[in-house]
Design a protein around this ligand. Structure first.
Ligand code: GTP
Length: 318
């Protein structure tokens, strides 16, 4: 079976970091975000079609070494075509039931169960649905008997949502869905789904965890979730006098007499100088945190230098 991962978005909400590092390659603990999806795909997925556009070369370079089994095929779009247009652009590869994912989702969904439910429903598609306390910031998905989807509500006013379920960005589709996608820029969520309701679009509710990593807050939330699930590790030169509060993922770092954690990930070459305090943050390759500086709730791109005594709070730096 084939799986499509949509990975061509601009990632504007993570700028300025995404001006240089595409969202799929931002590290989430031990590997880039996109690899969390790729590695979660079961062996019965033999081909992974990565729909790319923005910063394609960086993704190509990454998968040259990160895909030893040769399952990942990058397919370029001549221009960004939106989530629907990106699928349409892959039509020639998709002639049987396939999986599709937004490329910035981290979740515990059971894909075999999703597929089994889809096959039982005999619909044109199945959308994984995630329950939230307040869907007003998202879009609510209304369902009827057998979780058949009856309506989509975009950003309903508080208290007016038709359900507590939102689209989790994980799908199973029959290839016929492609016949309902027009040419050019098309949104799957806004234009295609409402149009195919009569062909049987079903929901699949799941539990566990689900995080859309599109914003700084959510990216850091994903990191906290995975660290709480045991994804921590420490490797590098950490001073005996450093105060380190787990969980963290520290790889190839140098930490002086500083305060680190909880919920910090730091990649190869990161240096944290004396008196600095870092918590709830991502420090990419080669970042330097100067003496007495404070970093909290932030994502720092490769080689970022935080000056002595500076405070970087709830910020993204490219
Ligand atoms: P923002 O600009 O911050 O909204 O991020 P984004 O561009 O990634 O958009 P969004 O988070 O809505 O996208 C959801 C998923 O679809 C992400 O994995 C994107 O990479 C992907 N995506 C969005 N637009 C396109 C597109 O035009 N082409 C392709 N191939 N993928 C897209």
């Amino acid at each position: 079976m084939k799986a499509v991962i949509l990975a061509g978005g601009l990632g504007t909400r993570l700028r300025p970091l995404t001006n240089t590092v595409p969202k799929p390659l931002i590290p989430l603990l031990d590997k880039p975000l996109i690899s969390h999806i790729v590695d979660s795909l079961p062996a019965w997925v033999d081909t992974i079609l990565l729909a790319v556009n923005y910063r394609r070369e960086a993704l190509e370079a990454y998968f040259e070494t990160a895909d030893p089994e040769g399952r990942v095929v990058l397919v370029d779009e001549p221009e960004p075509l939106g989530t629907g247009g990106a699928l349409k652009n892959l039509s020639r590869h998709l002639n049987e039931t396939f999986l599709a994912f937004n490329g910035d989702i981290v979740s515990s969904i059971d894909l075999a169960l999703l597929l089994r439910n889809h096959r039982a429903s005999k619909g044109i598609g199945t959308i994984a649905l995630w329950p939230v306390p307040d869907p007003s910031a998202f879009g609510a998905v209304g369902t009827g008997p057998g979780l058949r989807i009856t309506m989509f509500q975009e950003k309903p006013a508080p208290g007016e949502a038709c359900s507590d379920l939102i689209n989790a960005g994980v799908y199973v589709f029959e290839p016929e869905i492609l016949d309902h996608i027009g040419d050019g820029f098309v949104s799957l969520e806004r234009e295609v789904f409402p149009k195919v309701l009569e062909h049987g679009l079903f929901g699949h509710r799941f539990e566990g965890y689900w995080i859309d990593c599109g914003t700084r807050e959510n990216f850091l939330r994903a990191q906290r979730t995975l660290l709480d699930l045991g994804g921590g590790a420490t490797e590098g030169r950490v001073s005996d006098r450093a105060r380190v509060t787990p969980p963290n993922f520290l790889h190839g770092v140098e930490v002086d007499e500083a305060t680190v954690g909880p919920y910090v990930s730091a990649q190869e070459g990161v240096v944290v100088r004396r008196g600095a305090e870092v918590s709830d943050s991502i420090l990419m390759r080669g970042a330097l945190i100067g003496e007495g500086a404070k970093v909290r709730g932030s994502i720092l791109g490769p080689e970022v230098i935080v000056a002595e005594g500076a405070q970087i709070l709830d910020t993204i730096l490219g």
